[in-house]
Design a protein around this ligand. Structure first.
Ligand code: 5GP
Ligand code: SF4
Ligand code: MG
Length: 462
């Protein structure tokens, strides 16, 4: 659950990276950082907080150079501290190396234990640091060869940008869990988690970094490597459902169109008599438009969002998260009063958002409330870089549909079925991971690690 960005060969490298991160802010609001090199010295600035709070003209002027990488983070593996903020930058025997990672290396703990037994000293609890250690220990002479040898040891998901004094490197794991794409500027290149960032900086979208590809950008231009064994691709379906920005294009599709198709599919299998369809903004909007177009039931903005508060899900403490829903959303009394309403959201995690909203709608006089979810029930945790909580906190893992409906206070509740979700994505060249709904994880975890991984993700407070 992170966003990564890179610029090669542009005189405003740090400024463009700042803008790129700003466009990727939805991918993580906990910390942000930029590493920039002028070809001799590499400098990094990282802080907790939002991109626009961390970077200003003064900070950016202290990051001179023509190539840069950046990162926005919400912690999955590793706790929420400045030491785990990225990019991670080191100066080792081969010079400077900075790395920004989106994903989760599922065997990081095993490899880290091994390295520590041999005397390695770690500065953070981030799984990404393991990769840097492996690269430092590798004997190969080029950055790309050391990176390949390090990645051969690792499992799980990774989209990575790495920076040395002379190269920008982009990598995607062989499953292609997380997105990553390439853009072109006049004399330079850009790499981004999502292409919505290219529109902002005026880069032209070229293509996705392919699953299993390592793309080196240096003075010779682009060089692509495919060193790993081919495997079935497993693009994260949750990027489409919730995580990515609707104006991004990934895994061959525009996110907005997929969300609308999910909404249409939802309507086909669960339409009810109603006076209006209202989304829980912003995450439910595109699906609600699809639902409305399919059924002919009018779309209304029955809930108004205050955009000046962060996502409530992000707030780690329970007491504040409950309060947060009211901070963020208010219902339009005159619009909802006496009406039969279909409320659409993209997903239910703990059901706290839906419950609060239904209570508010009832207070404001709504007559019927039918809750519709444009994804299947989230029953399993994600091990590939999305911050779903441990199983015990996923309401659908331990409660029946009827129990959840009762808890939320809705008149009826329906989740999209897994079959319909797959149908909405259509047949094509792309294959997906949907393990958080289906439980069929595309990779094996190291023997005996499942439980530990669960605990890692539980993080105590989630
Ligand atoms: P709940 O209140 O059920 O715990 O959370 C549901 C809401 O959280 C939905 O509106 C959905 O958009 C949002 N959501 C679902 N998954 C994630 C996630 O991984 N991260 C964040 N920040 N929000 C999420
Ligand atoms: Fe995405 Fe879910 Fe698979 Fe995680 S488990 S990669 S969130 S589809
Ligand atoms: Mg939401």
């Amino acid at each position: 659950m992170c966003g990564i960005f890179g610029i090669y060969n542009h005189r405003d490298a740090a400024n463009l990276t700042y803008l790129g991160l700003h466009a990727l802010q939805h991918r993580g609001q906990e910390s942000a950082g930029i590493s920039c090199t002028d070809g001799e010295i590499m400098r990094t600035h990282r802080e907790m907080g939002l991109v626009s709070d961390i970077f200003d003209a003064r900070v950016l002027s202290q990051l001179p150079g023509r190539s840069a990488i950046g990162h926005v983070r919400y912690s999955t593996a590793g706790s929420s501290t400045i030491g785990n903020a990225q990019p991670l930058m080191v100066e080792y025997s081969r010079g400077y190396l900075a790395m920004a990672h989106n994903g989760n290396l599922t065997n990081a703990k095993i490899v880290k234990d091994e390295l520590q037994n041999y005397g390695s000293i770690f500065q953070s609890s981030s799984d990404t640091e393991v990769l840097i250690h492996l690269m430092a220990l590798a004997h190969e002479d080029s950055t790309v060869k050391r990176l390949i040898s390090a990645l051969r040891r690792m499992e799980g998901s990774y989209s990575i940008v790495a920076l040395t004094n002379h190269e920008l490197v982009a990598v995607r794991d062989p499953h292609g869990f997380r997105p990553l794409c390439l853009g072109k500027m006049r004399d330079g290149y850009a790499i981004s988690s999502e292409n919505c960032a290219f529109d902002l900086i005026g880069a032209r979208y070229v293509r996705e970094i392919e699953p299993g590809e390592i793309l080196v950008v240096d003075q010779n231009g682009l060089t692509s490597y495919k060193p790993f064994k081919e495997t079935t691709h497993h693009h994260c379906i949750f990027e489409f459902i919730y995580f990515a920005r609707p104006d991004s294009h990934m895994f061959g599709k525009t996110v907005y169109s997929v969300r609308k198709a999910l909404g249409r599919q939802l309507a086909r299998e669960s339409a009810v008599e109603a006076d209006m369809v209202i989304p829980i903004p912003d995450s439910g909007i595109s699906a609600a438009i699809g639902y409305s177009q399919q059924t002919g039931v009018p779309f209304e903005m029955g809930l108004i969002r205050n955009h000046y508060v962060g996502r409530t899900f992000i707030e780690p403490r329970d007491s504040i998260r409950h309060f947060g829903v009211k901070l963020k959303l208010n219902a339009l009394r005159d619009i909802v009063k006496g009406k039969r309403i279909v409320v659409i959201d993209d997903s239910i995690v703990r059901a706290t958002t839906g419950r609060k909203i239904i209570k508010m709608l009832r207070q404001y006089g709504a007559k019927e409330i039918h809750f519709r979810v444009s994804s299947p029930a989230t029953m399993y945790p994600c091990f590939y870089g999305i911050d779903t909580p441990s199983r015990s906190q996923l309401i659908a893992a331990s409660h029946t549909l009827e129990e959840i409906n009762r808890y939320m206070g809705s008149d009826s509740l329906h989740y999209l079925t897994i079959e319909s979700m797959r149908k909405a994505l259509g047949k094509g060249d792309y294959t997906y991971c949907d393990a958080c709904f289906s439980g069929s994880y595309p990779s094996r975890f190291p023997w005996g690690m499942e439980l530990e991984q669960m605990e890692l993700f539980a993080k105590g407070e989630k």
